[in-house]
Design a protein around this ligand. Structure first.
Ligand code: SF4
Ligand code: SF4
Length: 407
């Protein structure tokens, strides 16, 4: 089972993000494009309001196109329900847990910490428990103030509120949850949004179970999803993957088709190191995500410190996506989009020998051949939502078929 990779440690400090200490500024969650859709007219529109409303009330008939019909929205919203339940239960206390505030549905733990033989032993144990509880990937990073949001958002006031994370929790357990590849293969569609919702819902439960275990052992554990801190740098630092041109973390096990969650803790843990397996080199010759992105939000250029708008973090040289353009497209189609995940050549089934062979080629001097192979194979072509719904009972939905025709 994957416990984070140790094979090729990255000697660069931030594994794909070059940080300029003079210009770097920590990020406020107020400026996240999703939150800006609540207060900033550059992002807020009738379409963005309809986008948010559609998650609470499945649309009967928004478009005639397959993938955007009532059953697609019904499935998407059902998949989100696990997350929605926890994000809505504390709204009266000005908390949107999992998005603006840490998850709090935990029992009190013990006051007597269980001793561990060593920090290495504690790390192995917690990763085994994480996988047992439902995580597909688990790694450990040191808490880093740079990635903590300077402030969260008050849903009552519509403005900033303090980020209350306890600074004495100096380790972060990062878990990865693989998303359903067959649903994502239908992107863009509301049907594909079910993969996102399921990823989040499974993440919430897994985070709570691992955190309760830690509390039962007498240590602190604060489970967080999209709230509190940026997930991407933590996933990289925890050795779960490498940064890609599309702004996502590409893992060796699932490519970018993964959601991340994080648990801040004072468990005495050994931290992991970032890994490299050729993603940066592949992104240098591949622009599949930039070409396929419907909103042209993904750069064709080299990594730079250029900011598109206030939703970007100053002082980091990296591939940076235009979050305003990206969210604008989500609002336009009335669902989240994961086209960049679908087309990325790392999105494949690594249980298959052929796909593992591809990964081996992609990680070495034959990566151009690997890219050409991917381009010719049709792997990243969109699957018709009708085909997804029409699969026979019992037929695997993990296999990505290549049927380009739109119905
Ligand atoms: S989610 Fe869609 S719109 Fe956003 S960057 Fe990816 S491909 Fe572009
Ligand atoms: S699609 Fe290509 S360029 Fe984009 S992240 Fe994946 S490998 Fe990199």
């Amino acid at each position: 089972m994957p416990l984070g990779h140790q094979s090729k440690p990255d000697d660069r400090a931030d594994a794909g993000w070059k940080i300029d200490d003079d210009t770097f500024e920590r990020f406020s969650q107020v400026f996240d494009a999703f939150n800006r859709s609540g207060w900033d007219d550059t992002v807020k529109s009738e379409k963005s309001d309809a986008f948010w409303a559609s998650y609470a009330q499945p649309l009967h008939e928004w478009r005639k196109a397959r993938g955007f019909r009532r059953r697609d929205y019904a499935l998407r919203n059902a998949a989100w329900w696990g997350t929605d339940f926890f994000s809505e239960r504390m709204e009266a206390e000005d908390r949107m847990e999992g998005f603006l505030d840490p998850l709090s549905a935990l029992r009190d733990g013990s006051n007597e910490p269980e001793p561990f033989e060593s920090s290495e032993a504690a790390s192995i144990e917690i990763k085994q428990v994480a996988l047992l509880m439902g995580a597909d990937l688990a790694g450990i990073a040191a808490a880093d103030e740079r990635w903590l949001y300077t402030e969260s958002v008050s849903i009552k006031e519509g403005g900033p509120k303090p980020n209350t994370m306890d600074p004495s929790l100096d380790k972060v357990i990062v878990i990865g949850q693989a998303m359903d590849a067959s649903l994502n293969a239908t992107a863009p569609s509301a049907l594909a949004g079910a993969a996102t919702g399921l990823g989040y819902s499974h993440d919430v439960i897994t985070l709570l179970l691992i955190s309760q275990y830690i509390r039962n052992l007498g240590y602190e554990a604060v489970p967080t999803l999209n709230d509190t801190a940026l997930a991407i740098p933590y996933a990289i630092k925890a050795g779960l993957g490498e940064y890609g041109r599309h702004g996502l973390v590409i893992t060796p096990e699932y490519g970018p088709n993964v959601r991340f969650g994080k648990i801040f803790t004072n468990l005495p843990l050994e931290i992991d190191v970032p890994i490299r397996f050729g993603v940066e080199e592949m992104c240098n010759i591949c622009q599949a995500c930039s070409t396929a992105c419907p909103s042209q939000a993904i750069t064709y250029d080299k990594p730079s410190a250029k900011l598109h708008n206030i939703s970007n973090i100053p002082g980091i040289t990296k591939w940076t996506t235009d979050a305003e353009a990206c969210f604008g497209y989500w609002a336009k189609i009335n669902s989240d989009c994961s086209v960049c995940i679908r087309v990325c050549p790392y999105t494949r089934d690594y249980d298959s020998f052929v796909d593992r062979l591809w990964a081996r080629l992609a990680g070495g001097r034959f990566r151009r051949l690997a890219l050409l192979w991917d381009q010719k194979s049709g792997r990243g072509d969109r699957v018709s939502p009708k085909d997804w719904w029409d699969l026979d009972p019992g037929e695997t939905r993990v296999e990505i078929t290549n049927k380009p025709e739109e119905r």
